[in-house]
Design a protein around this ligand. Structure first.
Ligand code: AMP
Length: 291
């Protein structure tokens, strides 16, 4: 695996691959890699000739009181993990490489970006769409791999790609969980052992809703009340949102129809965690397989 820090060099690599009619797969990350990230790389490896991963902690997607400075960084370990998955290139740019002084342009999606995490984290998705658009222009991938873990991000990136005619196909990969169900996240490293146990309440609440949907419940108000009751069992965990929405528009859904996203965000101590499931109601009340 070759590590490159210059945007021009990565663009040259991609252009060369395309000249040779090779398919370029891209996995953007903020590093502190875990099995969730690596599942994206493995999928990219099976679908692409050349796999490029990026590690960049994007300052533009963090709010002023968020964890940009303390976000875990370990470039050497990340590089070793990516190399072990047969990644071809690691793009590891500096903040100056991505945002040269004087840059004043942004990319913003203006509807979905105000919902779910966007409501709690003003400006977050403008930072995400700006960096993803820049990375797409630099890497010029045919395929880009994103995790369902960040369901709102998936919807917004897909919308941006459609609205702005980016020539890339977004491939969404399932959530990878710890053995007890906690969704893997770089931010889990912030949790002390007590908080690590408390954090499981997010998954528990989703599983309760899955069970109710399996039994035929379709009304969002009933489901959300039951989910909030589960979260309340851990009084130290502060719910940010629990919503049932259309997975594409992120609009609230009154009923579980043919595919609803149930998304939760909560603070465990000062650590904000997110998780979600997608459920499909049918006449028999049977839902999709668990993620
Ligand atoms: P991040 O480094 O948090 O920006 O995540 C980079 C990519 O990895 C995003 O597309 C995430 O959705 C994805 N990702 C993070 N955690 C998981 C997980 N537990 N399972 C699947 N994908 C994940």
């Amino acid at each position: 695996m070759l590590t490159l820090t210059s945007a021009a060099e990565i663009t040259a690599v991609s252009k060369e691959a395309h000249r040779a009619s090779k398919c370029v797969g891209f996995v953007p990350t903020m590093g502190a890699l875990h099995q969730g990230h690596l599942s994206l790389v493995r999928t990219a490896r099976t679908q692409s000739d050349v796999v490029i991963a990026s590690v960049f902690v994007n300052p533009k997607q963090f709010g002023p009181n968020e964890d940009f400075t303390k976000y875990p960084r370990n470039a050497e370990k990340d590089a070793a993990m990516l190399a072990a998955e047969k990644t071809d290139y690691l793009f590891l740019p500096s903040v100056e490489e991505m945002y040269p002084p004087g840059a004043t342009s942004w990319v913003s999606e203006e509807a979905l970006s105000e919902k779910l995490d966007g409501r709690s984290r003003p400006g977050h998705f403008r930072g995400v769409t700006t960096v993803v658009a820049k990375l797409f222009n630099i890497v010029q991938p045919d395929l880009a791999f994103f995790g369902q873990k960040d369901a709102a991000q998936v919807a917004i990136v897909k919308k941006m790609v459609c609205d702005l005619n980016f020539d890339v196909r977004i491939v969404v990969c399932p959530i990878v969980r710890e053995s007890d169900g906690l969704a893997m996240s770089s931010r889990n490293a912030y949790l002390n052992p007590e908080q690590r146990k408390q954090a499981l309440v997010l998954y528990r609440s989703l599983m309760r809703l899955q069970m109710l949907v399996d039994r035929g419940e379709t009304r969002s108000t009933t489901l959300l009340a039951a989910g909030k009751q589960v979260i309340a069992e851990e009084p130290t965990v502060k719910l940010d949102y629990l919503e049932i929405v259309n997975p594409e528009t992120l609009d609230q859904a009154d009923e579980i129809g043919q595919g609803a996203l149930i998304a939760v965000a909560a603070y465990v101590g000062s650590t904000r965690l997110i998780d979600n499931i997608v459920v499909h109601g049918t006449a028999a009340g049977k839902t999709s397989p668990r993620q």
